[in-house]
Design a protein around this ligand. Structure first.
Ligand code: UDP
Length: 339
């Protein structure tokens, strides 16, 4: 198959390209504004096209037309961006993605849309089930929800096309993917910015504080990026995946952010032989992200739908974070810390 991946240069995209081109079954064309995460990822069945989907309508249409499957990963995906520039999030994560949906409809192409676990919002209770859980978002004054809201409306439009019979699609909802090439490092003491792994990793490398937003009692379940790549291959090959939504997550890795700080310190010591004596500093969500932030207490996936297609996450919590930390201990990566 010939796949075009929009957003191929991001964390999920670069790992997916690496995975898909390995066995030479598929041909992959990747488009992105940046290619630094694709360094060293090459093969005769991979072509990279540098460009901004916001400014390249003709090129995007050509790439869709020339492919069998379209994978859409274009998105801002950091809470600090939802708080700082909510309109940019709507513009990119909804309007630009909608253009890609429309092109898939016009040219009869199968669409893989990467959505987010955040569409579930904050329902109380059990693990989130794709076709049954309510999607509950916070008030408009908490602008972080524009991300989940944009992704949710996009899902609803894609679903409606499926009902009308003019689009074959699969929607995936990622639950805190972690691994090599994740996010970016920040200077000691920085707030906002990337997600929790990158903040804690930066602290380990710089000796700065590890911030526990609102005390770190909230939980997340993290998923190794290689498990996510394997899930994609199964979805690509399963006829049952057509016009369906799937959580990709690992319920076994549920951990509080407070405990995650200790776990990452421990893995750092194991890999480097050095003690990590970073201060754990409690900070409010407002102070860390700015006003308009609101958190989710727990983000737990139900994965029975994807498991029924033969997928199980294989990497445990420690392996997931060890692989991500080891990547950043590479001296070349370490040199990229700014400040
Ligand atoms: N968080 C934290 N310290 C940090 C960065 C984030 O305590 O340095 C918290 C954040 O408030 C949230 C959790 O960690 O409760 C996960 O945040 P992240 O941005 O990684 O992802 P998401 O909220 O999208 O799951």
């Amino acid at each position: 198959m010939k796949l075009v991946i929009f957003g191929a240069g991001g964390f999920i995209g670069s790992n997916l390209v690496d995975h898909l081109i390995a066995d030479r079954t598929h041909t992959v064309v990747g488009m992105d504004i940046a290619d630094d995460k694709l360094e060293g990822i090459e093969g005769p069945n991979f072509t990279f096209v540098k460009g901004d989907v916001r400014k390249s309508d003709r090129l995007v249409e050509e790439l869709v037309r020339d492919s069998d499957v379209v994978v859409d990963l274009v998105a801002y995906a950091n809470p600090s961006i939802y708080v700082d520039t909510p309109l940019d999030v709507f513009e990119l994560n909804f309007l630009q993605n909608l253009k890609i949906v429309d092109l898939c409809v016009a040219h009869g192409k199968r669409l893989f849309q990467y959505s987010t676990s955040e569409v579930y919002g904050k329902p109380a209770g059990d693990a989130y089930v794709e076709d049954a859980s309510d999607l509950i978002l916070g008030p408009i004054s908490k602008q972080r929800w524009i991300y989940a809201c944009s992704k949710q409306l996009l899902e609803r439009i894609i679903h409606a096309h499926g009902l009308r019979g003019d689009l074959v699609h699969t929607i995936v909802r990622p639950f805190n993917f972690v691994g090599p090439r994740f996010d970016y490092l920040v200077p000691a003491g920085a707030t906002g910015g990337p997600r929790v792994f990158a903040h804690f990793m930066s602290a380990l490398l710089t000796g700065g504080p590890m911030y526990l937003v609102d005390g770190g009692e909230q939980h997340r379940a993290f998923t190794h990026i290689q498990d996510c790549n394997e899930a994609f291959t199964i979805l690509l090959e399963s006829p049952e995946a057509k016009n369906e939504i799937f959580n990709i997550g690992n319920p076994e890795t549920d951990i509080s952010i407070f405990d995650l700080a200790a776990l990452m310190k421990d893995i750092y010591r194991e890999l480097t032989g050095k003690e990590a004596d970073n201060e754990l500093r409690v900070i409010s969500g407002e102070e860390f992200y700015g006003s308009g932030y609101e958190d989710m207490d727990r983000v737990a996936p139900d994965i029975s739908k994807l498991s029924a297609l033969g997928w199980e996450p294989k990497r445990d919590l420690r392996t997931t974070f060890r692989d991500a930390i080891a990547f950043h201990l590479d001296p070349k990566v370490r040199a990229s810390i700014s400040g």
